[in-house]
Write a protein that binds this ligand. Structure first.
Ligand SMILES: [Fe+2]
Length: 212
């Protein structure tokens, strides 16, 4: 299934690029892997289940959803394109992985018996996803810290769901997607370190600010 993400590298983690070693006293730029090595499990369910379907809709169309991640990273890609092309590319490639997750959760929600719109249950009614879910920071530091917090929240959410859902097919998919989100945490942590390093090199004794 990993072949379905063309142009992206597996083998999750942060690796030195080539054999450049250290450059100018700072680590050489690292190349990132955007999704984990294990293949994705089959996207299937054991039986229809409304409670499980509602959980998948949360992952599809709530403010804490893959849809929010895809749209957030699209915006971050655009905002950073000129001032930090390397980070911009990271956001673009991670958004492609999140799009794959979005599709998986949509399929699971549908198979479990839900109408897979970009919405989720809120009491007795359904709330549609909104672009207002995103805070739209423009400062690189804020962009990365918001992205990192989002990934950490996502991992907590999927682990919590995997703890109570009894459909092993659904749980397998949640656990596989968690591995990708852990890759993204490491990437954002690495980019934050790069940003802190560049601020230290320039003698700026504060959090880096946007050039805009
Ligand atoms: Fe992610």
């Amino acid at each position: 299934m990993n072949q379905e993400l063309p142009g992206l590298q597996g083998n999750c983690g942060v690796h030195p690029a080539g054999n450049q070693g250290l450059a100018g006293g700072r680590p050489a730029e690292q190349e990132f892997q955007y999704f984990a090595p294990p293949p994705y499990p089959a996207v299937r369910v054991t039986a229809c289940n409304r409670a499980y379907a509602d959980a998948m809709l949360v992952n599809l169309g709530s403010c804490d959803s893959e849809m929010t991640a895809v749209s957030r990273y699209l915006y971050d890609d655009l905002i950073l394109k000129e001032q930090w092309p390397r980070a911009s590319e990271c956001f673009r490639k991670i958004s492609m992985v999140e799009m794959h997750h979005l599709h998986i959760f949509g399929e699971l929600a549908y198979q479990l018996g839900a109408d897979p719109r970009l919405w989720c249950a809120a009491g007795r009614r359904m709330n549609y996803w909104s672009p207002r879910c995103n805070p739209y920071p423009r400062d690189p530091w804020e962009i990365l810290t918001v992205a990192l917090a989002g990934e950490e929240q996502t991992i907590r959410q999927y682990r919590q769901q995997a703890g109570w859902i009894r459909d092993t097919c659904v749980v397998e998919n949640l656990e596989r997607i968690i591995l990708d989100e852990e890759c993204h945490v490491r990437i954002f942590q690495s980019l934050i370190q790069e940003l802190e390093g560049s601020a230290a090199d320039s003698g700026v004794n504060q959090r880096p600010q946007s050039r805009r």
